[in-house]
Design a binder for this molecule. Structure first.
Ligand code: NAD
Length: 262
């Protein structure tokens, strides 16, 4: 349906959550995929093998720590070697840390900027020459509503995600008309491992259970009162990779249940 059969994709941070939702959808659309991220080796191998057999596509896995620039370049190179090239790059790996700025540990700042922002630069610069040679490419960056608006206690995350939205626009302008597009997806609350600590903290502060804590988190920011799902984000990413989206570039697409409409 999306015309993606045979494309070669790297999805960073795809061992869980949003990245896994995107990797599953790209595999369903016929892409070969390099899965990437941390995880229990046995569980990751089971996942890789199941996707490969169910979808009839090549699935490979790499567990590099992307806070190191040389590891990011090596991951792109490993994808090219394993899949025969790279047509689609999804920069998705990310972490969170919440604290007021005067209590924010500088090493957490450095780690979040390294993974959530700098790794996007390092992967993009390494992958682009391959895409330029084929006059076709798709770069999808998982930013966040926090690439567009701020919340307290998220200094590094908000700074990094605003940076990702800006970087997305630069890449879009530099590649415009070349067959390559670059867009950012900006989700609101999506129930993954990344936000479970925030749900737990809210539940503890209110003296309620996790589900009520989750509802309180949604009520504060996300007018729909519902979580975004990883399947919805997977299908949006696949659409951005399709020919129908060839003229969508440099966009920051909000998927936030009305969060930023307020
Ligand atoms: P997640 O914790 O399920 O996934 C994070 C992925 O990144 C995992 O595969 C993990 O192994 C990988 N990762 C973590 N540290 C890494 C490192 N140092 N090197 C390499 N890989 C590493 O969380 P998620 O919610 O699916 O997050 C995915 C992306 O979505 C992130 O960029 C996050 O900022 C963004 N996002 C999440 C939400 C949300 O509400 N969950 C909202 C907006 C944006």
């Amino acid at each position: 349906m999306t015309g993606l059969a045979g494309k070669r994709a790297l999805v960073t941070g795809s061992t869980s959550g949003i990245g896994l939702g995107i990797a599953r959808q790209l595999a369903a659309d016929g892409c070969s995929v390099m899965l990437h991220g941390f995880g229990d080796p046995t569980a990751v191998e089971r996942l890789r093998d199941a996707l490969e057999r169910e979808r009839g596509v090549t699935m490979r896995y790499d567990g590099s720590d992307l806070t190191r620039p040389e590891a990011v370049a090596a991951l792109v190179d490993a994808t090219v070697a394993a899949l025969g090239g790279i047509d689609i790059l999804v920069n998705n790996a990310g972490v969170q840390h919440t604290a007021p700025i005067d209590e924010f540990p500088p090493e957490r700042w450095d780690a979040i900027i390294a993974l959530n922002l700098s790794a996007v630069f390092h992967a993009t610069r390494r992958a682009l020459p391959h895409m330029k040679r084929r006059h076709w490419g798709r770069i999808v960056n998982t930013a966040s509503v926090h690439g567009v608006v701020a919340s307290p206690n998220k200094a590094a995350y908000v700074a990094a995600k605003h940076g990702v939205v800006g970087l997305t626009k630069v890449v879009a302008l530099e590649t415009a008309g070349s067959g390559i597009t670059c867009n950012a997806i900006c989700p609101g609350w999506t129930r993954t491992e990344l936000i479970e600590p925030q749900i737990a903290a809210r539940a503890a502060a209110l003296g309620v259970g996790l589900e009520e804590g989750a509802r309180a988190l949604l009520a504060e920011k996300q007018p729909s009162g519902q979580f975004v799902t990883v399947e919805q984000l997977g299908r949006l990413a696949a659409f951005l990779c399709s020919e129908d989206a060839a003229q969508i570039t440099g966009a920051a697409l909000l998927v936030d249940g009305g969060w930023t409409a307020q």
